[in-house]
Write a protein that binds this ligand. Structure first.
Ligand code: FAD
Length: 420
């Protein structure tokens, strides 16, 4: 539910912040030296296959240098270090434009969910190559008739001897075109109410019967896909958590997702990052305009407030406390921050944001970033749905009516897919 084209960082179990005790300077020096030597340069103009190759090479080198999965358990390939080391790495990494987006779904969502709910065998098999970037993951939740209401999903998994047979369709699957594995939600029992008959599976994206078709968005890029499952066979040990426990698994992953998306820091060459907007104001001779200054100051304050809030969530996660519904605040505030940055860019540059000279790569990148902004209010659950969650679970407002709560899924009229 997030896009691998957006910059991502290692958030899981990290808690970078102003407060944790400082990391050993040797660790910071190691990170700085590694990044100076290995951070790849700009990738504009390279084709997708070449970009992927460079991203994988960087991730593997960073992993081998002990700089990926810094706070993840050593038993499953992590470094077993503390939030302070993670923070030191994040601070050093913020000086570079790293190609980590393609690993975001695995690092931010699938890996943390495996650590929470997977068996020892699943964690030992899947987490180390996920961290090293040898295997890329995607998240197979949304369907044409089940986006905000994921529990209405119709993709079916039917038990056949020792295996499960999957049929159905997913949509908006970020990064499926690169993925080796996916975390799939499928209906395994249509005779119980919708939230109870779902199971989460690990699916090998190279299995016979899996078809991935790209979807182009309004930036002109194709960050996500439709994925079709035609009699795809999964082994019994592909289940994550309990059979019928897929809703809990989904909530676990969505919680990680909201913190991960909300906590993504705009940095490096991202044209909507605060520093780059200040630069833009200087280049356009607008840095002394009091209205521009006021907006930039406001943007900075919101960016800092969100960063501190995310830090707190990560620190609590480190101490074993789930962010729960507060992940929705991070996600919502992150999306709103982006709109604020777009407004500020508009105030600074005006119509130049939408028309530019052929070959002006910086202006084009800005246009792509602006066209990509609406997606941030939808990906990972729309703003409206985050507000519902905040209202119901944090503010104690009345719940939305749930007429289908106790009705077996089979009796509901939902979705747009044929029953396979
Ligand atoms: C960039 C991007 C990447 C994505 N990546 C993935 C991915 O990797 N994997 C994946 O599984 N999915 C992914 N998604 C899908 C995403 O999670 C869904 O698009 C999202 O949950 C919304 O669902 P929907 O598109 O079906 O819209 P709908 O649920 O049909 O919503 C339509 C509108 O109705 C509103 N609405 C719906 N229900 C309510 C309600 N109860 N109260 C108030 N308003 C409501 C919504 O907020 C929205 O404005 C991605 C989406 C985007 C944009």
């Amino acid at each position: 539910m997030s896009t691998p084209e957006s910059p991502a960082r290692d958030h899981h179990r990290s808690s970078g912040d102003a407060t944790p005790p400082p990391a050993d300077d040797g660790f910071r020096a190691k990170a700085r030296e590694f990044l100076a030597r290995h951070a790849p340069g700009p990738m504009e103009g390279l084709d997708a296959a070449e970009q992927l190759r460079i991203a994988k090479r960087f991730q593997a080198a960073a992993y081998d240098a002990g700089l990926i999965g810094i706070t993840w358990p050593a038993e499953y390939g992590g470094q077993g270090l503390t939030a302070a080391e993670q923070q030191a790495y994040d601070e050093e990494a913020a000086h570079h434009d790293l190609p980590t987006g393609v690993f975001m779904v695995g690092m931010g969502m699938c890996g943390p969910t495996l650590l929470d709910l997977g068996t020892h065998e699943q964690k030992a098999r899947y987490v180390p190559p996920l961290l090293r970037g040898d295997e890329i993951w995607c998240q197979l939740f949304s369907e044409p008739g089940a986006g905000s209401d994921v529990a209405s999903l119709q993709t079916r998994a039917v038990r056949d001897g020792d295996e499960w047979v999957v049929n159905g369709q997913k949509v908006w699957t970020s990064g499926a075109q690169f993925a080796d594995f996916g975390a799939l939600l499928a209906r395994t029992d249509p005779d119980v109410p919708k939230h109870r008959g779902i199971t989460m599976f690990i699916v090998d994206m190279h299995s016979p019967g899996v078809t991935v078709r790209p979807l182009r968005d309004m930036t002109g890029r194709a960050p996500f896909n439709e994925v079709y499952f035609d009699d795809v066979r999964l082994p019994a040990d592909a289940v994550i958590g309990e059979v019928g426990g897929g809703w809990l698994a989904a909530l676990t992953m969505l919680g990680h997702e909201r913190v991960s998306i909300g906590g993504s820091v705009r940095r490096g060459s991202d044209p909507l990052a605060f520093d780059n907007l200040v630069d833009l104001a200087r280049r356009r001779d607008r840095a002394d305009d009091p209205v521009v200054r006021d907006r930039l100051a406001e943007l900075y304050a919101h960016e800092r407030a969100l960063a501190l809030f995310n830090t707190k969530l990560r620190q609590e996660a480190e101490a074993g406390a789930s962010p729960g519904a507060r992940g929705s605040i991070a996600k919502l505030a992150g999306a709103e921050l982006l709109w604020r940055a777009v407004d500020t860019a508009g105030l600074i540059a005006g119509p130049a944001l939408t028309s530019w000279e052929e070959g002006d790569a910086a202006a084009e990148e800005m246009a792509v970033a602006i066209n990509g902004t609406p997606a941030s209010s939808i990906a990972g659950g729309s703003n409206q749905v985050q507000r519902n969650i905040i209202g119901e679970r944090l503010l104690g407002l009345p719940k939305e009516p749930q007429v289908d709560r106790d009705v077996p899924f089979r009796e509901l009229k939902v979705g747009t897919q044929r029953t396979p």
